[in-house]
Write a protein that binds this ligand. Sequence first.
Ligand code: ARG
Length: 497
Amino acid sequence: MSEEPTANGAGDDDTGNEGVVRRERFSGGPARGFLSSLAADRRIFAADLAVDRAHVVMLAEQDIVDDGTAGEILTALEEIEDAGHDALPDGEDVHEAIETAVIDRVGLDGGRMHTARSRNDEVATCIRYRLREDLLDAIETTLEARGALIETAEAERETVMPGFTHLQPAQPTTVAHWALSYERALARETARLIDAYDRTNQSPLGAAAFAGTPFDVERERTAALLGFAGTMDNAMDAVSARDFLVESTAALATLATTLSGLAEDIVIYANKGFVEVDDAYASTSSIMPQKKNPDTLELVRARAGDAAAGLNGLLNTLKGLPRAYNRDLQRAGGHAWRAIDGVSEATEVAAGAIATADWNDEALAAAAGEGFSTATGVADALAMAGVPFRTAHEVVASTAEAAGDDGDFEALDAAARDVLDASLTEYVDRQTIESALDPGQSVASRDSAGGPAPEAVADQIAAARTDHDADSDTLAERRAAIADAVESLQAEVETYV
Ligand code: ARG
């Protein structure tokens, strides 16, 4: 072990380790608990150990600490990891507690671990390191949900159902078309999370307190050892920036908002008897024995409120903070952790509820034509036969007014005589009108790209599968990059211990 006071100036002295408990100067009073984030830092315990290891390996490679000392520190870190977060000594945060635990084992030379860094760059690196994993797990849940929706679309390609606007019957569509509408939205949620991941995956380590360090640190090296794609250019930005938390939390809140709509649809469809949620995703009443309620989806819907609140809390915590580090930042992470846990869980539950839902074809088919929902198709048929669309609209509108929901050929013909001064058959044959009035044929006729006709849906399913595969590959690549880094860091550590 080297004895020169090179790094922290911690040479041999006869005061034992007492001299290193320096923060007692300020943080020993009644506000100690208020200042401490140690309990909440459990979430970044493993991240901090990885960051410590990468930093110590780099310090040794740069001859900032000697190999022997590095070995002792790295050995201590292994023991600390084995003992777990609960065994840490008291401290203001996990960074301080781990350092104290290292010094307890190694002696004053353990204090060399904190050479050329600060808790400011350390904590920012730990949060990014941990959030990466959580984001990848969240991305995986979106892929699960998309997979379940694609399978639903495949199975229910021809299942005609009513489509709604303003919650009123609007036009017939299919369950597949409905499912793919959410799959497409979730594909964008996946993309937003991947974007957030890529901006999170940058290393602040080596920025020190905010102003750099005179030591000859190799920031690219610690970044690579920790699996980061690169380093943050500016040291002041590196310790101050939490926009990666905002972006990640915003992506999660957006995802939760999309899921809340899906959950609401299923709650409504269950109410109408269109779909039955599997028992595993339902709940009953403590008093009304007959009840089967889609509670899981109601809770999915509610998680959007939690996530939006988290985003709001985070933005308000960050608003107006001056450069560079301020302790407010200690309160930032919690918003993001709660959002990622809450929304990932909701996404998994939604995926399971979709995958196991039982669609009631008959109830859907019966409801598909209700409320004269084929009216638009009849107007389209007249317009295709040469009647100006606005005039065709009027023929059908006056039919709806006169006949209500029972807009049949006779009612349409009467309206045509009124509006067009001619029989309907002067424009189209009866068969064309009958077909436009049939919900299934109405769906089949709408084969424009993105439409509900089974062929159009088949194209959408194929595109969704292609995107799902590509995003799965991206997820696997990101995971592999982290796994490689974990392995190579461990291999480096082993050369010292
Ligand atoms: N625990 C702090 C955080 O989570 C890091 C400590 C930095 N403390 C300081 N006084 N500069 O942000």
